[in-house]
Design a protein around this ligand. Sequence first.
Ligand code: SF4
Length: 326
Amino acid sequence: MKRVLSGTRPTGVLHIGNYLGAIENWLKLQNEYECYFFVADWHALTTAYENSKENLKNWTIQAIIDFLACGLDPKKSTLFIQSKVPQHTELHLLFSMITPLSWLYRCPTFKDQINQLKEKNIATHGFLGYPCLQAADILIYKAEYVPVGEDQLPHLELTREIARRFNFLYGDTFPEPQALLNRVKNLPGIDGRKMSKSYGNTIMLSEDLNSVYQKVMSMVTDPARIRKNDPGHPEVCTVFAYHDVFSSDILSEIEADCKKGTIGCVECKKKLYKNLEKLLAPIQEKRKKIQNDKEYIFGIIEEGSKKASEVALQTLNEAKDKVGLI
Ligand code: SF4
C-alpha cells in the first residue's frame, strides 16, 4: 500500500478551516493508503515560540482529540506527535547540512510570513530552515504522496529537490514524493478577511454551538442589502461563501432567492447554522466521550509515536550510514 504523510501545526485550537483544508480529506485517504498523520509541534515553534510555554502542550493534545473526534481511526492511520519521534529532528539536521541557503531564501513563505508577522521576531535560523524539517517529516517515512493545497506545491518541490540532492550525493535513498492535490474551496473568516487564528475570525471544531450560532448571526453579508427584499449579490457575501462549502443541498436555492430578494439575511444565516451544526454536533459528541479519557488519548499517542519511530529509525540509520556517520 502506498504511503501518505500529512500534519497540522498546533498554533491554536483546530477550526473549520483546518477541517476543510486537511482532516476531511484525510478521512478518505485513511481508507486507501497507509497514512501517517501528525501534530507538528516543532513546526509550531518556528512562528510561535514565544508563547509556547503556556499553550503548546494543550493545543497539541487538543489536536489529537480533534483528529479522533472527526473520525480518524488509529487502527487505520498512524496518529502521532512530531516531537515524540526524535528521528525527524536528526534527519532535519542532516538535510540542513546539504541544503543551499539560496533554496531557503527563495521559499515564498519565508518572505511573506516575515512581512505578515512583523510583530513577532520570526527571522530565526529555525524558521529559515523549516523546509528542511518539512522534508525530513516526509522523507523519513519515504512517503510517496503528500496531500497539499496548490499554495503548498513550492514547499513540496523543495522537499523533492532535497531528496534529489541527497540521492545525488550519497546514492539512491529517498523517493521523490508526489502531491495529492486537495480541491479545497476558499473559506474566508467570518468577518470576510482571510481566515486566521490571529484575527479571531474562525469557528473552532470544539466551539460551543451557542457561540457558533452567535458568530454566524454576526457574519458580514452583502452591504447593498438594506431591506429584506432588496436583490442581493451572493458573490460578495461571506455567508454565501460558507453556504458554498457547507450547503450543497440548498446552494442553488439560496443563490436564486438572494438574487430575487425573496430570502432575508437572518433566515439565510439560520440555514447556514443548521448545516454547520450538522457537521459539528457529531464531532463534539464524540469529543465529549473521549476528551477526559487521558489513558485512551495518551495510549493512542504512545502507540502511534512508537510505530512511527520504528519506521523513521530504519530510514535514519540508512541515511546516516550512507553519509558516513556511525
Ligand atoms: S440572503 Fe444570504 S447570501 Fe444573500 S446577502 Fe443575505 S446572507 Fe448573503
